[in-house]
Design a protein around this ligand. Structure first.
Ligand code: PBG
Length: 328
C-alpha cells in the first residue's frame, strides 16, 4: 500500500533536531516565579507533609534558598508568611506592622539580592484569626472595609521594597484602590499582578496546611469564583485591567487552561498562571508511588500551561525545573 499524500505531518517530527526547529513553546527558568513560605525564628526548615520538597523557612535559611535559586537562573519569587495564631486578629492588624516577619524579610531579601523580583501576597488570610481573605462580620466577608486593610498592607509591602504586589483576595475594586494609594505615596514603579480569575478550588488544600490558614468557618465561595464559570473571568479581568493591573493571573492552572487562553486572547498585558499546591501534590504523590514519571509530567504540565497563553508560571516545581534546565 502506498498512499499519495501531499501532506505528511510526521515529516516535521522525524528527528530530534527537526522537532526542536518546529517547537512552538518552550519553558525557561525566566518564565517562572517560585512561591516560598516564610516562618519566624532561626535555622528553621519545616517540611510541609503534603508538599514534599517544599518548606517553611526562617529568614536566614530563606536567604540561602534564594541564593541557590539565583545561581540556577531562577530569579523571581513569591513570598507567603506563616504566623503563629497568637499574632492573628480579626482585622489582620499585624499585616501592615513594619516589624512583622514578612516586611522585615522583604527588606532583607531586597538588600541581599536587589536584582531579584520579589512578589508579595496581598490578602488577610495569613494574618486573620478567621482565616478568610477579608474581614468577617456576622458571618459575611465585608468588601469595602477589607480594602482599607489591603491598601495599608500594600503600602507597607511597597515601602519594604516589593517589586510586584499580588492581591489574591478577590475583593471588588481592590486593584484601583491599591493603585491609587501607591501613586499617592510615590510608588508608581511598584507593579501589581492581580489574581484576577481565582477560583474557589479544592486544589489549595496543601497551601492552607503550609500556612495554617484554612478558614475557621465556611468556605471562600462568596469571593472566589465558581469553577463552573468562564465568562465571569472576563468580567474580573476587564475590571483589573481598567483599574491598572500590570499582569492578570489565572489560578489554579492545569484545570483552567481554557480560562488562561481566554484572557490571553482578550488582553495585551502578560498573563500569569498559578500551578497551585494541589497540582504539585498530585504529581509528587503519584511519582512517589512510581505511577508517574515526575520530571516528564512536570515538564509537560509547565509546557502546556505556557502553550495555553501563560507567559509567567508560578510553580512549586520552579527550583527543580531550573536545576534540570541548567543541565540540559
Ligand atoms: C490566599 C491564597 C491561597 C493561595 C494563594 N494565596 C489560598 C486560598 O485562597 O485559600 C493558594 C496557593 C496554592 O494552593 O498553592 N490568599
Amino acid at each position: 500500500m502506498k498512499l499519495e499524500l501531499p501532506r505528511r505531518p510526521r515529516r516535521n517530527r522525524k528527528s530530534a533536531v527537526i522537532r526542536d526547529l518546529v517547537r512552538e513553546h518552550e519553558v525557561t527558568a525566566s518564565d517562572l516565579i517560585f512561591p516560598m513560605f516564610l516562618t519566624a525564628g532561626q535555622s528553621i526548615q519545616h517540611p510541609i507533609a503534603s508538599m514534599p520538597g517544599i518548606f517553611r523557612f526562617s529568614e536566614d535559611l530563606l536567604l540561602n534558598e534564594i541564593e541557590a535559586c539565583m545561581n540556577l537562573g531562577l530569579k523571581s519569587f513569591a513570598l507567603f508568611p506563616h504566623l503563629e495564631d497568637s499574632f492573628k486578629d480579626s482585622m489582620a492588624t499585624i499585616s501592615y506592622n513594619k516589624n512583622n516577619i514578612y516586611l522585615k524579610a522583604i527588606r532583607t531579601i531586597k538588600k541581599h539580592f536587589p536584582e531579584c523580583v520579589l512578589m508579595t501576597d496581598v490578602a488577610l488570610d495569613p494574618y486573620s484569626s478567621d482565616g478568610h481573605d477579608g474581614i468577617v462580620k456576622n458571618g459575611k466577608i465585608i468588601n469595602d472595609e477589607t480594602i482599607d486593610v489591603l491598601c495599608k498592607m500594600s503600602l507597607a509591602q511597597a515601602e519594604a521594597g516589593a517589586d510586584i504586589l499580588g492581591p489574591s483576595d478577590m475583593m471588588d475594586g481592590r486593584i484601583g484602590e491599591i493603585r491609587s494609594v501607591l501613586e499617592e505615596a510615590g510608588f508608581s514603579e511598584t507593579s501589581i499582578m492581580s489574581y484576577s480569575a481565582k477560583y474557589a478550588s479544592a486544589f489549595y488544600g496543601p497551601f492552607r496546611e503550609a500556612l495554617d490558614s484554612a478558614p475557621k468557618n465556611g468556605d471562600k465561595k462568596t469571593y472566589q469564583m465558581d469553577p463552573a464559570n468562564q465568562a465571569e473571568a472576563l468580567v474580573e479581568a476587564e475590571l483589573d485591567y481598567d483599574e491598572g493591573a500590570d499582569f492578570l493571573m489565572v489560578k489554579p492552572a492545569l484545570a483552567y487552561l481554557d480560562v488562561i487562553k481566554l484572557l490571553y486572547d482578550n488582553f495585551e498585558i502578560p498573563i500569569a498562571a498559578y500551578q497551585v499546591s494541589g497540582e504539585y501534590a498530585m504529581v509528587k504523590a503519584a511519582a512517589a508511588n512510581g505511577w508517574l514519571d515526575e520530571v516528564k509530567v512536570r515538564n509537560e504540565m509547565l509546557t502546556c500551561i505556557k502553550r495555553s497563553g501563560a507567559k509567567i508560571i508560578l510553580s512549586y516545581f520552579a527550583k527543580d525545573f531550573a536545576a534540570w534546565k541548567k543541565n540540559q
